[in-house]
Design a binder for this molecule. Structure first.
Ligand SMILES: Nc1ncnc2c1ncn2[C@@H]1O[C@H](COP(=O)(O)OP(=O)(O)OP(=O)(O)O)[C@@H](O)[C@H]1O
Ligand SMILES: [Mg+2]
Length: 378
């Protein structure tokens, strides 16, 4: 194997174990052999962060030339070649066609989003006039499958804003410092395409608690996000940041300070009325027989999330679909299809509440979980 392919192999291994100091050291030494001095030095610095063993530390130190200037902010590490900037551009924003009407139930939350997000977003002048602060982000939390992502999209649809869906996969990069650069790039593109909504899905993966990751790259990613959020307050009222998580307890508390994700919304599972609406939404484009009583189904689906309800409908549609594919006469979905499907679908929200209850009871700092506690009392 030549040096370059060895380097490639090591790089791939680093993606799996970015905290492995010995791997970083090997990469550094290889780079030095290849005559790529400054990259070797950066890899060596990273190795020193993770290495405890003195011999290895000395080997790493040997690759670092004494320098007076401060370490570079953005480390472009172990790069095979200079990256083409267009290659890692953030995902293109979308214009959402989803509206609040496509989200079943959640009336209170929609109203809250309307008053606290959409109106200030569209009429910042009005808010300034009365001395109310505009900006800052919104954090939505709740059990999986209950409409957080859908609501974020619908909010963008209602505001007629560009929607940037930021997932951890779209910014995580093994190159030290690259993830931060991508994150900054996403904010920059959003500012260039206003009005824009930046949506951080599963934000705990990006803005996870910094105490839990002392040395890992995630730590500086949180810092980058904090810096961007702070910059936004002065920078642009036309960019709105929404984040969603199933694990608010894993989100770095610094992200919830004023001006950052300081408005927190609990997105509960649908109650019976909401389940009725959600079922109706998912049935609107399917042929349904007269004997199907949506009210009955809504009653029988306590603890189901919106995603579970969608699942139920999909399952109910399977049998008639298969029959039709086998050459049978296409028929409508019947009550019995739903009852069969019900036997196979389990509600998924209960488990989440078991965990959430503990945090809400024992770690309700700053009233973070007040809404959740109110919900649990009901
Ligand atoms: N209130 C709702 N109205 C209509 N459909 C819903 C609703 N909630 C959930 N769904 C259905 O469930 C799917 C999953 O919902 P969504 O992705 O918004 O959940 P989530 O809260 O973001 O879940 P996760 O925490 O797993 O990301 C949606 O695409 C939609 O089909
Ligand atoms: Mg989601």
């Amino acid at each position: 194997m030549d040096l370059n392919s060895t380097l490639e192999t090591l790089r791939r291994a680093l993606v799996q174990t970015p905290n492995n100091g010995f791997l970083w050291l090997q990469v550094a030494e290889l780079l030095a052999q290849l005559g790529r001095g400054s990259e070797a030095e950066e890899a060596a610095r990273e190795a020193l962060v993770h290495l405890d063993e003195e011999d290895a530390r000395n080997r790493a130190r040997a690759l670092i030339a004494p320098k007076d200037e401060a370490p570079q902010n953005v480390l472009r590490l172990v790069r095979g070649e200079k990256k083409d900037d267009s290659g890692d551009a953030p995902d293109a924003p979308t214009r959402e066609s989803v509206r609040f009407g496509d989200v079943g139930g959640l009336d209170e939350i929609k109203e809250e989003i309307r008053m606290k997000i959409i109106v200030p977003f569209q009429r910042p002048d009005l808010f300034r006039k009365y001395g109310k602060r505009v900006g800052g982000g919104v954090l939505m939390y709740g059990p999986p499958g209950c409409g957080k992502t859908l609501l974020a999209r619908a909010t963008a649809g209602e505001c007629d804003a560009f929607f940037f869906n930021v997932t951890i996969d779209s910014i995580l990069d093994m190159y030290y410092g690259e993830s931060e650069r991508k994150l900054a790039g996403i904010f920059e593109s959003a500012r260039a395409k206003v009005p824009a909504i930046l949506f951080f899905d599963e934000v705990e993966a990006i803005g996870g608690s910094r105490q839990q990751m002392r040395h890992s790259p995630g730590k500086s990613l949180v810092n980058q996000l904090l810096a961007e959020m702070d910059g936004m307050a002065s920078n642009n009222a036309n960019v709105l940041v929404i984040a969603a998580t199933n694990a608010p307890w894993s989100v770095d508390s610094a992200l919830r300070r004023p001006g950052r994700f300081d408005r927190v919304l609990f997105v509960p599972p649908p109650d019976e009325t909401a389940r009725f609406e959600i079922l109706r939404l998912h049935l609107r484009e399917r042929p349904v027989a007269k004997d199907v009583d949506v009210g009955e189904l809504a009653k029988k689906t306590a603890d189901f999330s919106g995603a579970d309800l969608f699942d139920l409908v999909e399952r109910a549609a399977e049998k008639p679909l298969v029959e039709a594919m086998r050459g049978g006469e296409p028929r409508e979905l019947r009550r019995s299809d739903f009852l069969d499907a019900l036997k196979k679908t389990k509600p998924s929200t209960k488990e989440w509440f078991a965990t959430a209850k503990n945090y809400a009871t024992f770690a309700n700092t700053g009233g973070l979980y007040d809404d959740l506690l109110d919900y649990l009392k009901k």
